[in-house]
Design a protein around this ligand. Structure first.
Ligand code: ADP
Ligand code: MG
Length: 607
C-alpha cells in the first residue's frame, strides 16, 4: 500500500488527510491542537500526534505512508487587544447603583437621607431614607424603623452596611426597599434627597435606570437630565440601586486618552482609538491597501502592534523593520469596570475598542519543519501549494459546489478568503479578526477571568438550571430529567457541552450572555465576511459572487454560518457551511487540497 498524507498547520489546529495513491481514495483524517507558533519547528510534535491520530483512525501502518505534503503556510499571525476609552467618576459621595446579592423588600422609595438615630426626632409626614450603621443588629434596626412608622414618619427605604436587608425587611410592618452591603456607608451624605429602588425577583430596575425616571424623582431640568445619563446607564440590568442628589455631586463620564493608531497605505492617516471602531474602519478603508500600522508608544495598542511584529520577526528571523501590519479590525465593545469614587464597589460599563491585527511577511521557515519531520518519520516531506489554493481545492469537494466559487476560511486568528474563477485563477486575501477575537469580546464584556470559560460560552448553547429535574434552554423550551442533576448546578446558568452541563459562574442572566455572545460573533464575522468578499470579487462589488463556502474551525460554530448566510442572502449569494469530502464538515479543507493536488495536479479536484 502506498499512501499520501496532507498536513495543514494552522495557528490553532493541525489537520491531516490520508489517501491511497493508487486507488485515489481517502482513507482517514486526523486533528490536534497546533504545538508552538505556526511555522516553527515546535509544530513537529503536534504534526506527529495528528499523523498518529489519522493512522489509528484508519487502521493504517505508518510505514505505508510514502509521502507527506505540508502547505506553504501563509505567514500571517494575529493578535488581539482591548483599549478602554471611557471611565465613570463620581465626585462627592453620590452613590449610584449597586447589586448586592440579596436586597430586601421591593419597589421605589424616595426621601431625605437620615441616620437611624434621628428617626425618633422626626415629625409625622416626613419622608426619609434611613441609614443603618454597621454596629446595629437587624432586630434593633427593625424595631426603630417600626416605631418611626408608628409615629407616621414615612420611612420609605433604607441603606445598610451589613448583609442584613432581608432580615430587617422581614421584621417590618410595612415593606420598604432596602439596599445592603454598602461598603463605605459613612460616606453616604446626610440630609440629601435620595431614591432607593429594588426590583421584583427576576426583574431589573425600572425607574432609576431610565434618565427620565431619575429626572422625575428629583425634578431635574432637561440640562440636568443630560448629566444623569451615565448614572442611568450604569444601572441598566441591576436589581437594586440608590441614587442620591447632592449639590455638587456629579457622575461624569470621561473619555480617556487611549492613544492613536497611525495607518500607512495609499496615504498616511492618524486616528484616535477613542473615536470608535466605525471611524477607525472608515480610515482603514480610505488608505487601503494597508502597508503598515503603528500605535502610539506607551498605550495598549502601541504595545500590542509592536508585540505582533516582534513575534513574527523572531519567527522568520527577519529584521523587525521588515515586519508590517497588513490588516486591522476594530470593533466597539464595553468592559465592566469599578467606578472611581463609588462607595459600594459600583460597576459601570465602560466603552472600549477591541482590536485585532495581522502581520504578514515574505515566507515562513517551512523548510526547517519539513526537514525535522523527515528526520523524525523517515518519510519524504514536500512543501506544496499556497494555502488559499489548497483550501479551495478541498472546499470544492463539498457536494453541490463548483467553480466559480468563494471560500471563507474562518480560523482563530484570521479570516482568509479566496475566489476561484471559471478559468481556475485564484485571488486571495487575509483579514485580521476571527474566533479568538470573538472569545476575547465575550470574556471582557462579561467580565470573565478565564479564556476557557469564554471559549465555552462561544461554542455551546446556554441553559438555566431551574430545578434538579429540569433546565430551560436558551430558546425558551424546557427539558426534563429522570435522574436529578448535580446539586452544584442548581439555579446556575450552564453551557450544554458534549459532556453534559457545565456551570458558568457569572452574575449575568442567560439572556444577557446570549446577547453578548451573538453580538460578538456578528461584530467580528459578519463584518469580516463583507470585507473579505468585497476584496476578492473582481469588481469590488460582492454581488459578482454567487457561491460562498464556509470552512475552518469557526465555521463549526452553531450560529456564525447562519449569521453570515443571512447577511449575504440580501445580495442573492448562496452561502453555507462546507462539507469536505461529503463527510468532514467544514474541517480538513487545506489538508484535503494538499492530497488532491498531488493525486490530480493542482487546479483539479478530481471530480
Ligand atoms: P487555524 O486554521 O487558524 O488553525 P481553526 O480552523 O482550527 O484555525 O479554527 C480555530 C477557531 O475555531 C478557534 O477560534 C476556535 O474557538 C474555533 N472553534 C473550534 N471549534 C469550534 C466550535 N465547535 N464552535 C465554534 N468555534 C469553534
Ligand atoms: Mg486554517
Amino acid at each position: 500500500m502506498k499512501l499520501i498524507a496532507g498536513i495543514d498547520i494552522g495557528n490553532s489546529t493541525t489537520e491531516v488527510a490520508i489517501a491511497d495513491i493508487e486507488s485515489k481514495k481517502f482513507i482517514s483524517s486526523g486533528i490536534t491542537k497546533t504545538t508552538g507558533i505556526k511555522g516553527t519547528i515546535d509544530n513537529v510534535p503536534g504534526i506527529l500526534i495528528a499523523l498518529n491520530n489519522a493512522a489509528s483512525n484508519g487502521g493504517i501502518n505508518m510505514e505505508d505512508i510514502k509521502i507527506i505534503r505540508i502547505n506553504e503556510a501563509t505567514p500571517v499571525i494575529g493578535d488581539v487587544a482591548m483599549e478602554t476609552i471611557t471611565e465613570t467618576i463620581i465626585t462627592e459621595s453620590t452613590m449610584i447603583g449597586h447589586n448586592p446579592t440579596t436586597p430586601g423588600g421591593v419597589g421605589l422609595g424616595i426621601g431625605t437621607t437620615v441616620y437611624i438615630d434621628e428617626l425618633q426626632n422626626l415629625h409625622a409626614g416626613d419622608n426619609v431614607i434611613c441609614i443603618v450603621p454597621p454596629n446595629m443588629d437587624f432586630e434593633e434596626a427593625a424595631n426603630r424603623i417600626n416605631s418611626a412608622l408608628d409615629n407616621n414618619v414615612n420611612v420609605n427605604g433604607a441603606i445598610v452596611k451589613k448583609d442584613d436587608a432581608v432580615l430587617i425587611c422581614n421584621r417590618l410592618k410595612k415593606k420598604i426597599p432596602i439596599v445592603d452591603e454598602v461598603e463605605l456607608i459613612d460616606k453616604v451624605p446626610l440630609n440629601m434627597k435620595a431614591a432607593v429602588e429594588v426590583a421584583n425577583p427576576g426583574e431589573t430596575l425600572k425607574v432609576l435606570s431610565n434618565p427620565y425616571g431619575i429626572a422625575t424623582v428629583f425634578g431635574l431640568t432637561p440640562e440636568e437630565t443630560k448629566h444623569v445619563i451615565p448614572v442611568a446607564r450604569a444601572l441598566i440590568g441591576n436589581r437594586s440601586a440608590v441614587v442620591i442628589k447632592t449639590p455638587q455631586g456629579e457622575v461624569k463620564e470621561r473619555v480617556i486618552p487611549a492613544g492613536k493608531i497611525i495607518l500607512f497605505g495609499k496615504s498616511k492617516s492618524e486616528v484616535e482609538i477613542g473615536s470608535g471602531a466605525e471611524k477607525i474602519m472608515e480610515r482603514v478603508d480610505d488608505v487601503k491597501p494597508l502597508t503598515d500600522v503603528s500605535g502610539e508608544p506607551g498605550t495598549n495598542v502601541g504595545g500590542m502592534l509592536e508585540r505582533v511584529k516582534q513575534v513574527m520577526s523572531k519567527l522568520t528571523k527577519q529584521p523587525l523593520s521588515d515586519m508590517h501590519i497588513q490588516d486591522i479590525l476594530a470593533v466597539d465593545t464595553f468592559i465592566p469596570q469599578q467606578v472611581k469614587g463609588g462607595i459600594a464597589g459600583e460597576f459601570s460599563l465602560e466603552n472600549a475598542v477591541g482590536l485585532a491585527a495581522m502581520v504578514r511577511t515574505n515566507k515562513l521557515p517551512m523548510q526547517q519543519i519539513a526537514k525535522r519531520l523527515e528526520d523524525e518519520t523517515g518519510i519524504k516531506v514536500d512543501i506544496a501549494g499556497v494555502e488559499a489554493n489548497m483550501a479551495i481545492l478541498g472546499a470544492l469537494t463539498t457536494p453541490g459546489t463548483s467553480r466559480p466559487i468563494a471560500i471563507l476560511d474562518m480560523g482563530g486568528g484570521s479570516t482568509d478568503a479566496a475566489y476561484i474563477d471559471k478559468k481556475g485563477e485564484v485571488r486571495s486575501i487575509h483579514h485580521a479578526g476571527a474566533g479568538d477575537m470573538v472569545t476575547m469580546l465575550i470574556k471582557s464584556e462579561l467580565g470573565l477571568d478565564s479564556f476557557e470559560v469564554a471559549e465555552n460560552i462561544k461554542k455551546y448553547p446556554l441553559a438555566k438550571v431551574e430545578s434538579l429535574f429540569n433546565i430551560r434552554l436558551e430558546d425558551g423550551t424546557v427539558q426534563f430529567f429522570e435522574n436529578p442533576l448535580e446539586s452544584s448546578l442548581f439555579a446556575k446558568v450552564a453551557v450544554i457541552t458534549e459532556n453534559g452541563l457545565e456551570p458558568i459562574s457569572t452574575k449575568y442572566s442567560m439572556e444577557k450572555i446570549k446577547v453578548v455572545r451573538r453580538d460578538a460573533k456578528r461584530k467580528v464575522f459578519v463584518s469580516n465576511a463583507m470585507r473579505a468578499l468585497k476584496d476578492i470579487s473582481s469588481t469590488g462589488d460582492i454581488r459578482g459572487i454567487e457561491f460562498v463556502v464556509l470552512v475552518g474551525g469557526s465555521a463549526l460554530d452553531f450560529e456564525i454560518p447562519d449569521m453570515i448566510s443571512d447577511a449575504l442572502a440580501k445580495y442573492g449569494i448562496v452561502c453555507g457551511r462546507g462539507n469536505i469530502r461529503a463527510k468532514e464538515g467544514p474541517r480538513n479543507a487545506v489538508a484535503t487540497g494538499l492530497v488532491l493536488s498531488y493525486l490530480y495536479g493542482s487546479g483539479n479536484n478530481g471530480q
